[in-house]
Design a protein around this ligand. Structure first.
Ligand code: GLU
Length: 354
């Protein structure tokens, strides 16, 4: 059995996310206020692709049997700016199941419906420090799902989706995620059936949440809707547009459709910052400095608020479930494109006009 190997154990932070010699120079990390021009972005994503395409650390997930068939060599990078310019390299049009990256968008849609205070109370916004499918995390928290980006919180969130039937909830999710992508997203039937046949653990988590009074809808039906949302097909290019919508106050930069309110975008990015990269969310924020979310099929969305979004795809994962090449590419591009939200440079009094 492949990943995940350390269920219900404490995370191991001993392996650094990036190696010292990969860090860009200090001056390059200051945010510019906007993305560089598209030629410069293209040059840099091509450099990132060249730099990491031969990196073969990590393992393809196979705990969902059909994911194990993914070609580990695949690697795509795409950037979408808030003005709608997109540029891509490698296998950026290859389609794969969105998996946990869906949790972000379902949370955003539910947050849009229920509001900031309700989702904070009903789902939570804190990192568990435990694997995404931990049962122990739910028990330790007396049934509190903790955040929408682990399975317990995602199942809770899917349970809160408007609709009195599974079909209505599923339609809300499929339509909503399609608006983020700017075109209709299809279900990967093979992945859905493969996960549906092996998702006893998620069903158990949903039942456990029900036992704590956290699940009003049928937990088995909610697990099924959740499994479908994870099986929607996207490409790295789709992920870049979806990320850019979150970086653009909820307006899709390609279709110009308003998908969610700016305040919901802000709330969603805050949760991504605390919990987007599983147990390595702190390492990610420390190294990359942007809100993000990864999934076990190898996708990562990274959001530069006010500037745009980055979508990467490469199936080899670290022990927590994050794409290895995707993380390295995002680290490189965060510095090279000046996207790190924590970077600033000292105010220069002599250069100021007033
Ligand atoms: N559908 C997957 C699961 O529930 C999603 C996991 C992930 O991408 O983190 O196991």
């Amino acid at each position: 059995m492949g990943y995940p190997e350390r269920q219900d154990s404490l995370p191991d932070f001993s392996t650094p996310l990036v190696h010292e010699d990969e860090l860009p120079s200090h001056g390059d990390t200051v945010s510019t206020g906007s993305l560089p021009d598209v030629e410069r972005v293209t040059t840099l994503i091509e450099a990132a692709h060249r730099r990491y395409r031969d990196l073969d650390e990590g393992k393809v997930a196979d705990y969902i049997p059909s994911l194990g068939a993914a070609d580990p060599a695949l690697f795509g990078i795409s950037v979408c700016g808030v003005a709608g310019l997109t540029t891509s390299v490698g296998d950026a049009q290859h389609r794969f199941s969105i998996q946990s990256v869906s949790k972000v968008f379902v949370f955003a849609l539910v947050c849009h419906e229920l509001g900031h205070a309700n989702v904070s109370r009903l789902v939570g916004v804190n990192n568990t420090g435990l694997p995404f499918n931990s049962v122990m995390a739910v028990e330790l928290a007396d049934g509190d799902p903790r955040n929408p980006l682990v399975n317990a919180g995602a199942l809770t969130t899917t349970g809160l989706v408007p609709g009195t039937t599974s079909a209505a909830k599923w339609k809300f999710i499929q339509d909503g995620l399609s608006r983020f992508a700017g075109h209709p997203l299809e279900l990967d039937i093979d992945v859905y059936e493969s996960e549906a046949a092996t998702n006893q653990r998620n069903m158990a988590i949903a039942r456990l949440l029900q036992s704590y009074g956290r699940m009003d809808f049928d937990p088995i039906k909610i697990t099924d809707v959740y499994t479908k949302q994870c099986s929607l097909l996207v490409s790295a290019e789709d992920l870049a547009v979806m990320a850019a919508t979150l970086g653009n106050g909820g307006v899709n930069p390609i279709t110009r459709e308003t998908v969610i309110d700016p305040s919901v975008c802000r709330d969603t990015l805050a949760v991504m910052a605390t919990s987007g990269l599983y147990e390595f969310s702190g390492d990610w924020l420390f190294e990359v400095g942007m809100p993000a979310k990864s999934g076990v099929s190898g996708g990562i969305i990274t959001v530069a608020p006010g500037k745009g979004g980055l979508g990467t795809f490469s199936p080899r994962l670290d022990p927590a479930g994050n794409s290895v090449r995707g993380q390295r590419a995002a680290r490189f591009l965060s510095g090279a494109l000046g996207l790190d939200i924590f970077a600033s440079k000292p105010f220069e009094a002599e250069a100021a006009v007033h």
